[in-house]
Design a protein around this ligand. Structure first.
Ligand code: GTR
Length: 327
C-alpha cells in the first residue's frame, strides 16, 4: 500500500472515531424511584434531568417515574439490568443481590457516623465502588444520603435486645437484612416498600426499620408508634444507569451524565438534612415514642455471625477493613 493510501485510511479512521465519540442521538431516559414526588431522591433526579437537558441543548431529557410507577425496587433493578429502564435510584440493600459490594455498604454497624459514611463515599473507596458495577449490568453514577435506619413497631418500645423477641419486622428484599433481623431475635418479613403501610395497618407485620423521612412520608409512623434509634445501618442510596444505555452513549454524553449525577448529590444533601429534621419533628408531634436510651452493645455483638459470613468473601473482607480504617 502506498504511503498516501495509508494516510487516507488513517484520516478516515480518525474522522470516524471522532464522529462516534461526539454524535449522540437525542433521547428521553427513563428513571425509576420508589419514593414519592417530593422525596429528595426524586427531586435530585429532576434536578439532574434539568442539568442534562440544559447542557445537551435540549437533546436529552430524563423522565422520572416516582412512587413505584415502574414497579417495586427489586423489579426495577432487574429491568435496569436488562436495559428496559435507563436510570434507577435504589437503596444499596436490594441491589446487593446483584452487585456484591452493595451488601458491604449495607452491613450493620459498619459506619461510625454519617460523617464517616460520607468520607468513605466521597473518597477513593466510593469512587472504586461506583466503578465496579459494570460486570453486573449497571454503571454506578452517584451515591445519595439516606441517613441511618432504625427499628420501629406497634407492640412495645425496644430498649434491649430481649424486646426484639418474636416481633415480625418487615425488611427490604435482601438476604442480608433478613439475616440481620433474625440475628437480633425477631422474625424478618421481606416485603416490597409499597406494601409496608398496609402490612402495618392490617397487623401482618408488627414493625419495620427505616430512616426518619421514609418512616414519616409513608405514614408508617401512624401505625407503629415506637421508634428506637438503633441506627443499625446507614445504607446509602445509589444511582445507577443500565449498562445497555451507557454503552450506547458517546464519551461526551457519559461525562455529561457523570457530572450531572455528582452535582445532583450535593443538591440532594441539602434537601435531605432538612427533611430528616422535619420528619422527626412530625413524628414527635404525632406522639411517637422515641427511644434513645437503649442497650446498643448486644445489638452489635449479635452481628458477629453476619460479619463472619460476609468476610468469607475476600473482596468483601478487604473492603470492610478499608472502610473501618477511614478516619
Ligand atoms: C428507603 C429507600 C428506598 C427503599 C425503602 C425500603 O429508605 O429510600 O429506596 O429501599 O427504604 O425500605 O424499601
Amino acid at each position: 500500500m502506498s504511503s498516501r493510501a495509508v494516510l487516507r485510511i488513517v484520516a478516515i479512521a480518525t474522522a470516524l472515531s471522532f464522529t462516534a465519540s461526539t454524535i449522540t442521538f437525542a433521547r428521553e431516559f427513563r428513571a425509576a424511584d420508589t419514593q414519592n414526588e417530593d422525596y429528595p431522591t426524586v427531586q435530585a433526579l429532576g434536578y439532574m434531568g434539568s442539568l442534562i437537558s440544559e447542557r445537551s441543548g435540549g437533546r436529552h431529557q430524563i423522565k422520572v417515574f416516582h412512587s413505584r410507577q415502574l414497579g417495586e425496587e427489586k423489579e426495577t433493578i432487574e429491568q435496569t439490568r436488562v436495559g428496559a429502564i435507563d436510570l434507577n435510584r435504589t437503596n444499596v440493600a436490594p441491589i446487593g443481590a446483584f452487585v456484591p459490594a452493595m451488601n458491604v455498604l449495607a452491613m450493620p454497624f459498619l459506619f461510625r457516623s454519617i460523617e464517616h459514611l460520607q468520607k468513605v463515599l466521597d473518597g477513593p473507596i466510593g469512587n472504586e465502588i461506583l466503578n465496579s458495577f459494570e460486570p453486573y449490568g449497571f454503571v454506578g453514577l452517584a451515591f445519595y444520603d439516606s441517613g441511618a435506619r432504625s427499628i420501629y413497631n406497634s407492640v412495645r418500645p425496644i430498649r434491649s435486645i430481649d424486646d426484639m423477641k418474636g416481633l415480625r419486622l418487615r425488611v427490604q428484599q435482601s438476604q442480608l437484612m433478613s439475616d440481620m433481623i433474625r440475628a437480633l431475635g425477631a422474625e424478618p418479613v421481606e416485603l416490597p416498600y409499597g406494601q409496608v403501610t398496609t402490612g402495618l395497618a392490617t397487623k401482618l407485620i408488627d414493625g419495620a426499620e427505616n430512616n426518619w423521612p421514609s418512616f414519616v412520608t409513608t405514614d408508617h409512623y401512624k401505625f407503629a408508634g415506637y421508634y428506637t434509634l438503633t441506627e443499625h445501618t446507614m445504607s446509602p442510596e445509589v444511582l445507577v444507569m443500565s449498562r445497555k444505555a451507557w454503552e450506547s452513549r458517546s464519551a461526551d454524553d457519559r461525562k455529561l451524565f457523570r457530572e450531572a449525577a455528582t452535582q445532583s448529590n450535593l443538591f440532594m444533601r441539602e434537601k435531605w438534612k432538612d427533611l430528616e429534621q422535619r420528619s422527626r419533628r412530625q413524628a414527635e408531634a404525632a406522639g411517637v415514642t422515641i427511644v434513645t436510651d437503649f442497650d446498643r452493645k448486644p445489638f452489635e455483638t449479635a452481628m458477629a455471625g453476619i460479619y463472619a459470613k460476609a468476610q468469607r468473601d475476600p473482596a468483601a473482607a478487604k473492603l470492610i477493613e478499608r472502610i473501618r480504617g477511614v478516619q
